[in-house]
Structure formats: structure tokens, C-alpha cells
Design a protein around this ligand. Structure first.
Ligand code: ADP
Ligand code: MN
Ligand code: MN
Ligand code: MN
Length: 362
């Protein structure tokens, strides 16, 4: 760890406290998405229940929305409505992590609660059996916001050796990546893989396939776990889509998608039909595919240009890529390469359903 870090957790010392009895109580960590695409959380004590909790029998809680940019001072209470429960890899069983939706006091969903709309779309089109797999790219920064391991004044050698790199000088902070992988597995997050990325200090993990609303839930939980693990190692996680300008790859959230029709024999017809619909709504998709994405979608560094919609088999410079293997089989899935690393997975998966299968009537 760098000498300029200000937070160090003495994990070994912590162990003896973590082993203490909780005397019939559990610690529940309520987690929510904030106004800046980050996560917030706070803890409370609940009685231990032998059969465990479901979201419906957990208490609705609240927080001060004026401190998170999610509510005005005069009417600051925002309600936390539990929607998904995961085992807590930090405190261990029987403690839990609770992903929550944010609701205003007047009974409307909070402005930053994109899950609510997404869940309606997923329910309306559930018969299509939508599967998603998201590839979350991110950059690890030191506490001075410099990519980890980069020289203080100057740059590392040009890109090439870092992607899927092995060895000192090629990758940094692998401990964070490994710890995060295990945390996801313990929590039941459907993490499907991980790799070092093209820019040094950049990594990726994949979550999926997940069906419907589960995609957003699992990706947000995976983001929470990553921030939380990196906190212990004194590193910051950046989801900036172009953390370093110039000849350095940006960071995306490639979104792989299929329905039952696409996965079945002859599914290429359904894939092509979906791509046609996506073509007609390029601007609407870009609008929810992340802040600052114009810096990343330049048509260079394995991206398509932001103002044009393109697709192709095995084409990493297109908006949409059909994997070679799927083209050969005539069915499978496609990859939307446009979303930025900081996009909200509820918005991505929601608009995918809306574009391909229609909006939900109120
Ligand atoms: P890339 O070659 O673009 O780097 P990755 O291996 O990183 O691809 O990610 C592929 C993602 O696609 C994984 O998250 C995986 O779960 C997902 N995926 C695989 N099959 C399907 C499918 N039929 N429908 C949706 N997603 C899928
Ligand atoms: Mn990938
Ligand atoms: Mn990648
Ligand atoms: Mn990809």
C-alpha cells in the first residue's frame, strides 16, 4: 500500500471482535443508490430469525435525503424499501445486506430510484425470459485520484501488456479483485468472471446471466462490494468512462442480452429484429447510457462513435456486436457496447425491454 494512504484497516486485529457472539441479534446493512451513481449504507440491529428474513418482513427505514442530494432540506426524509437480501461477507452469517429502493414521503419513487420503472418493464415482458450479462469495467485510484501504480509525474508505457496481464509491472491491486470475487460468491451475486483491462489499473468483472430485475440488483450489490473491499485496501474505485484522456482505453459496461426466442434454434431472426428496433432509438439509449460517455465513444479504442449506430459480427468498433460463436450457431445473444461504466443497470436493462417490446401502460 502506498505511504500516502490515510486509511488502513488492521484486518487481523479486527478478527477477534468479529468472532464475538451477537446474543440473538443480527446486523442488517441497508444499501441504496445515491444521487451521484454511488452507493450509501447504514446499519441497524434486528432480532435473529431462524427461518431468515424476506424483503416483505423487513422494516421500512429512512435516511436524511438532504445530506445525499436526494431530498430538499424542508422535507428531507427518504424511505428505504427493502427489495433484495444477501448474506454479508464482511460480518459473516447470520448478518445480511439489504438492497433498498428509495421512496419519497408523498408515496412517489425518488428521482434516483430507477429500479421501480425497470421492475415494471420486466414484469410486463416476463414471458420473453430476458437474460442479461453486464461487463463492469472500473479503474482503481490511489487516495490522490491517480490510477494505482502510475508514476506520479508521467505515464506508464503504452497499452498492450496490461489486458489480462500477469506479473508485476502489468497489474496492480489483484488482492482487491480476488477479495471482491469471493465476496460476490459468498453473497450469492452471480459474478461470472473477471479480467485485467487494457489500461493499467483498470479491471473488469462480469455479472450474469441474470433474468429480469435481478440484473440491476446483482450489479448494484457487486458495486457496493467492490467499493467496500477497496476501502479496506486504501484504494478508490472509479467508474468514470474516460478517467485519463488520450491514448488510454475508457471504461464501459458492455450489456449482453438475449430472450428465449434469441437463444432457441433460429434465434438470429429475433436478434436482428431487436437490433433494428435499437437502431431507431439510438439517441434515447445514449441518453441513459452514462454521464461523460461522449469522451469514451469516439470510434477509437474499441468503441463505436456516439452519433452513429452500427452493428456487426465480432466487431469491437460497433455499437452492437454479435459474437462470432452466435453468428455461427444462428442463435444466442448480442452485446450492446455503448453503455458507459457509470451507467445505471436498471436504466440499461429497462430501456432494452422498452425498445424491443414496448413501454408499459400506466
Ligand atoms: P467479452 O468477450 O465481450 O469480453 P465477457 O466474457 O466479458 O465478454 O462477458 C460476456 C457476458 O455475457 C457474461 O456476463 C455472460 O454472463 C453474458 N452472457 C452469456 N450468454 C448470455 C446470454 N445468452 N444472454 C445474455 N448474456 C449472456
Ligand atoms: Mn469482457
Ligand atoms: Mn472489457
Ligand atoms: Mn464486451
Amino acid at each position: 500500500m502506498g505511504s500516502d494512504t490515510t486509511s488502513i484497516t488492521y484486518t487481523e486485529n479486527l478478527q477477534k471482535f468479529l468472532r464475538l457472539s451477537q446474543n440473538g441479534s443480527i446486523i442488517a446493512e441497508y444499501i441504496w443508490v445515491d444521487a451521484d451513481g454511488g452507493v450509501r449504507s447504514k446499519s441497524r440491529t434486528l432480532p435473529e430469525k431462524a427461518e431468515g428474513y424476506t424483503p416483505n418482513d423487513l422494516p421500512i427505514w429512512n435516511f436524511d435525503g438532504s445530506s445525499t442530494g436526494q431530498a430538499p432540506n424542508g422535507d428531507s426524509d427518504v424511505y428505504l424499501k427493502p427489495v433484495a437480501i444477501f448474506p454479508d461477507p464482511f460480518r459473516g452469517n447470520p448478518n445480511i445486506l439489504i438492497l433498498s429502493e428509495c421512496w419519497n414521503a408523498d408515496g412517489t419513487p425518488n428521482k434516483f430510484n430507477h429500479r421501480h420503472e425497470c421492475a415494471k418493464l420486466m414484469a410486463a415482458h416476463a414471458e420473453t425470459e430476458p437474460w442479461f450479462g453486464l461487463e463492469q469495467e472500473y479503474t482503481l485510484l490511489d487516495l490522490n485520484d491517480r490510477p494505482y501504480g502510475w508514476p506520479k509525474n508521467g505515464f506508464p508505457a503504452a497499452q498492450g501488456p496490461y489486458y489480462c496481464g500477469v506479473g508485476a509491472g502489468k497489474v496492480v491491486q489483484r488482492d482487491i479483485v480476488e477479495a471482491h470475487y469471493k465476496c460476490c460468491m459468498f453473497a450469492g451475486v452471480k459474478i461470472s468472471g473477471t479480467n485485467a483491462e487494457v489500461m493499467p489499473a483498470q479491471w473488469e468483472f462480469q455479472v450474469g446471466p441474470c433474468e429480469g430485475i435481478e440484473m440491476g440488483d446483482h450489479l448494484w450489490l457487486a458495486r457496493f462490494l467492490l467499493h467496500r473491499v477497496a476501502e479496506e485496501f486504501g484504494a478508490k474505485v472509479s467508474f468514470d468512462p474516460k478517467p485519463i484522456p488520450g491514448e488510454w482505453n475508457g471504461a464501459g459496461l458492455h450489456s449482453n442480452f438475449s430472450t428465449k426466442d434469441m437463444r432457441d434454434e433460429g434465434g438470429m431472426k429475433a436478434i436482428e429484429a431487436a437490433i433494428k428496433k435499437l437502431e431507431g432509438r439510438h439517441a434515447e439509449h445514449i441518453a441513459v447510457y452514462g454521464e461523460g460517455n461522449e469522451k469514451r465513444l469516439t470510434g477509437r479504442h474499441e468503441t463505436g462513435a456516439i452519433d452513429s449506430f452500427t452493428y456487426g459480427v465480432a466487431n469491437r468498433g460497433a455499437s452492437i456486436r454479435i459474437p462470432r460463436e452466435c453468428a455461427a450457431k444462428g442463435c444466442g445473444y448480442f452485446e450492446d457496447r455503448r453503455p458507459a461504466s457509470n451507467a445505471d443497470p436498471y436504466q440499461i436493462t429497462g430501456i432494452m425491454m422498452e425498445t424491443c417490446f414496448g413501454a408499459v401502460s400506466e
